[in-house]
Write a protein that binds this ligand. Structure first.
Ligand code: ADP
Length: 852
């Protein structure tokens, strides 16, 4: 190096003995000093010295300093590097030591060791001198050629690196500016070389020899890089990064500790990050923020917790799809076919979805109401959402909102918090990687509220087309345009959706399915899907429609098809075992099987036996294909039926009536039971009732008491005052479930009328309706779900309020044909319909007559 030639080193040099790493002229090395002699050298020479000369020491490689003062010096490596001690850092932990930063100046050779203690000092001869290079040398031509060749390789190597990295560009300039003779030492320290190789270069005192030895090392590095680039081709960015790391680091050569490596690597990452930020298509505002943050990041030590925070932030900003979107392909006819193919029934929903899509196609913007599908679980709300994304050719992402009670879940945490992160909307966008996905906001009715704010309020901003083009997540702290996102919401009930949110949405009711629809869904969609998932074919398993009906009526009680799907899955699993066993033992003697169910039984009972006897037992018989799932097989696989038709049994006593209830899970039939006993006229209600339901019970009693004479209802002692010496207990079974709502009014009246008249309520009739004190029947909600529930339960007649008649139009014709509807506008009509032969009213005319 030029410095090596200009500097005249002292003829006496204190020696620093190093074992790890080799310092070459022109490079820098950090070395740890903890042996007695080296420590002494640092203390009495470097720390006490005042002149520049006193900071020049001789670094002898490949020689370890003895661990104790008294030991003799080992034989020293003959050639060393005179070095300038640039920095000394002392520490007492874990033991006293110094860390020296030394820069190599030139080679020297030891002539004579002058003293050994307290640290070695030697008389030395400087080896690299400027004159050596500039003087006309006899082999100048050869050297010129060598140096030219070397220079070319060096340029080739540097140009293979990422020139946009500032350190690489600087290195490229240095190649031109430094004297050629200094290059071998410098490049050897930069490229990957072993200590042994460096030692050889140090020992190569003759320039010619040095050039000759370094060229193969350069070539090796170039080849290595080429290979790396080839294998890493697809990940170009990474590739450059890896390649860029080394030269950048070694420009001032520090045979590094792992920590240094990391630091440099990170520095390169930051450079890459900056590049990505600049090339990303983020908004102007976001770009400004990012550039400011990256400036801060560069100045920050990595150990600062904020470093990781800022870096994560910037990486997220780069990853967000600011301007990336998929192209919509919308063709209404194709959409209709796709929706029809994926979903059976749900005509109303499909019709509305197609209208929505058609408007989108014509108008080409998304401003409009957010669709919200409301219905019981398992009716296909999510899956319709997915189909919409498919028809549009958009990405689909589901955001589950059930139980979310912190607004930061939607809008993110501010970055001041430890562990802060963006909200689910921004996270979802990062996941899908485009800015126009379909987001399904699942279970909006189950949003909670807490001290951490109201997530529903945060959702308002997300869903409002007027505001969401500049949605600001707290974590990002810059606006992100959500106007291209298509939001669809789902809920089980509208009752718990916050009104402001409800206002932004268009509710589409998705009612439960009828048995017939379920059978069709099972055979068209669920069974083929399950077979595929279990690797079965229709040649191996057959599920007839009667079996499906059995599963629906005896093993499930739901409005949707989710547990039906699960039961079918259980059947497929059981059959898969059979089929796999059969394939395995196909060669064994055959035996006709009566049915799959019996086969299963044998399987269980003979299990123990067969294992001990031999493989040829019945267990091993291959089943007859296709395996037919009949009721026996069902019982074997799914266990005894869970639900039996119990309606007529339970109605075998007076004081029981069937009501119809609506829950978020669909409609249900509900038994109301009443009994009376001697007492003081108290009414006891059990079965977890809400206030409205309790009021209905009181209303019912009051109405019956006031009409007791008319209906000839008496208590046990024959009095028309029904509560005279009588207690009444009303019970609504399934006491674990809270029940509320006014619609049980008519059922309670009927039940009590049955109790006091001693007559049985017809066993095939169910009813719903709110009552008033005057005996009017008022309309109630959820008629469709209630009717479906009654139909599921096998009931034949349904009493509904007259004003609900219009709701019957929504019900499929085949269901309506199976049922008889009685429209009631007052309680007389209800009672008349609920009892066989009507419920006699004492004619009013008589009453009037007597008055006259
Ligand atoms: P939800 O979101 O309403 O709770 P899902 O969309 O998760 O219900 O539906 C549950 C399963 O039932 C899905 O596998 C879906 O494909 C299936 N499914 C529901 N309804 C239908 C239908 N009408 N036609 C075909 N499959 C259906």
């Amino acid at each position: 190096m030029a410095a090596g030639s200009a500097i005249q080193i002292p003829s006496r040099l204190p020696l620093l003995l190093t074992h790890e790493g080799v310092l070459l002229p022109g490079s820098t090395m950090r070395t740890s000093v903890d042996s007695p002699r080296n420590m002494q050298l640092v203390r009495s020479r470097l720390l006490k010295g005042t002149s520049l000369r006193s900071t020049i020491i001789g670094v002898i490689p490949n020689t370890s300093d003895p661990t104790s003062d008294c030991d003799d010096l080992p034989s020293l490596h003959r050639i060393g590097t005179a070095a300038l001690a640039v920095q000394v850092v002392g520490s007492n932990w874990p033991k006293p030591h110094y860390t020296l930063l030394v820069t190599g100046l030139c080679r020297f050779q030891i002539l004579q060791l002058l003293k050994e203690k307290p640290y070695p000092v030697a008389e030395v001869e400087q080896l690299d001198r400027l004159e050596q290079f500039t003087n006309q040398h006899k082999s100048e031509e050869e050297l010129g050629e060598l140096s030219e060749q070397f220079y070319k390789y060096a340029v080739q190597l540097v140009e293979m690196l990422d020139m946009s990295v500032p350190a690489v560009a600087k290195l490229r300039r240095l190649l031109d500016n430094l004297p050629r003779e200094a290059l071998p030492d410098i490049l050897t320290s930069i490229i990957r070389t072993s200590n042994q190789e460096k030692l050889q270069i140090l020992d190569a005192v003759r320039l010619e020899e040095r050039f000759k030895m370094t060229i193969p090392l350069l070539v090796r590095q170039i080849e290595g890089l080429k290979l790396l680039q080839k294998t890493r081709k697809p990940k170009q960015d990474d590739d450059k990064r890896v390649v860029a790391i080394r030269p950048n680091r070694r420009i001032s050569h520090i045979p590094s500790t792992a920590e240094d490596d990391d630091e440099e690597e990170d520095h390169d990452d930051v450079v890459m990050l900056e590049k990505k930020i600049r090339t990303s298509s983020m908004s102007e505002q976001a770009l400004k923020v990012c550039l400011k943050e990256i400036k801060r990041l560069k100045k920050m030590p990595q150990s600062m917790p904020e470093y990781a925070l800022t870096r994560n932030y910037l990486e997220l900003m780069v990853d967000l799809p600011w301007n990336k979107s998929t192209k919509d392909r919308l063709e209404i006819r194709a959409a209709r076919i796709l929706l029809d193919n994926d979903h059976y029934a749900m005509e109303k929903l499909k019709k509305r979805v197609l209208e929505y899509l058609a408007v989108r196609q014509l108008k080409n913007n998304l401003k409009g109401p957010i669709l919200c599908f409301v219905g019981p679980p398992g009716v296909g709300k999510t899956s319709v959402g997915r189909s919409i994304a498919k028809t549009l050719g958009r990405e689909f992402h589901r955001i589950a909102l059930g139980g979310v009670c912190d607004q930061s879940d939607i809008r993110g945490h501010r970055r001041t918090y430890v562990g802060s992160m963006p909200g689910r909307i921004i996270n979802g966008l990062k996941t899908v990687g485009v800015n126009n996905p379909v987001f399904l906001l699942d279970e909006v009715d189950k949003l909670g509220k807490s001290l951490q704010g109201d997530p529903a309020a945060a959702l308002l901003e997300v869903l409002d087309p007027e505001q969401n083009h500049s949605f600001t997540d707290h974590y990002l702290n810059v606006a992100f345009d959500l106007s291209q996102v298509l939001f669809i919401a789902t809920a089980n009930t509208t009752a718990t959706i916050p009104p402001a949110l409800l206002d932004r949405m268009e509710i589409i009711q998705v009612p439960g399915y009828t048995q017939e629809e379920k059978i069709e869904i099972a055979h068209r969609h669920l069974i083929p899907k399950q077979l595929e998932q279990h690797g079965l074919t229709p040649q191996q398993i057959q599920i007839p429609q009667v079996t499906t009906l059995d599963i629906i009526t005896r093993y499930t009680r739901e409005a949707g098809v989710r547990s039906l799907d699960r039961k079918l899955g259980a059947i497929c699993r059981a059959v898969a075992v059979k089929v796999a066993e059969g394939q395995h033992k196909e060669t064994k003697p055959d035996r006709a099987e009566v049915s799959e169910g019996e086969d299963c039984k044998e399987h269980i009972t003979e299990d123990a036996k067969t294992e001990s006897i031999s493989d040829t037992a019945d267990l091993a018989l291959p089943p007859e294909m296709p395996i037919l799932i009949d009721f026996h097989a069902l019982k074997d696989i799914l266990g005894p039926p869970m639900y039996e038709m119990e309606v007529s049994e339970r109605l075998s006593q007076p004081g029981v009536a069937i009501g119809l209830a609506w829950t978020p899970l669909g409609g249900e039939i509900m038994f109301v039971e009443a009994s009376r006993m001697d007492g003081e006229g108290q009414l006891t209600l059990t079965g977890q009732l809400g206030d409205v339901m309790k009021e209905s019970a009181h209303l019912a009693i009051s109405w019956l008491r006031s009409n007791a004479k008319r209906y000839q209802l008496t208590n046990a002692s024959g009095s028309f005052d029904l509560l005279d010496n009588t207690d009444i207990h009303l019970h609504f079974p399934a006491g674990a479930v809270t029940k509320d709502g006014p619609s049980a009014g008519v059922t309670i009246v009927t039940c009590l009328a049955s109790l006091f008249s001693g007559r049985l309520v017809c066993s095939d009739v169910a009813m719903t309706g709110e009552i008033t004190l005057r005996g009017l029947v008022l309309p109630v909600g959820g008629i469709k779900d209630k009717v479906l529930a009654a139909h599921r339960a096998g009931l034949k007649r349904i009493i509904i309020p007259r004003r609900n008649e219009k709701d019957l139009e929504e019900i499929a014709v085949n269901i309506r044909q199976d049922l008889t509807f009685v429209m009631a506008s007052c309680l007389d009509e209800v009672l008349n319909a609920a009892f066989d032969g009507g419920f006699a009213v004492k004619p009013r005319v008589e009453h009037l007559n007597s008055k006259l």
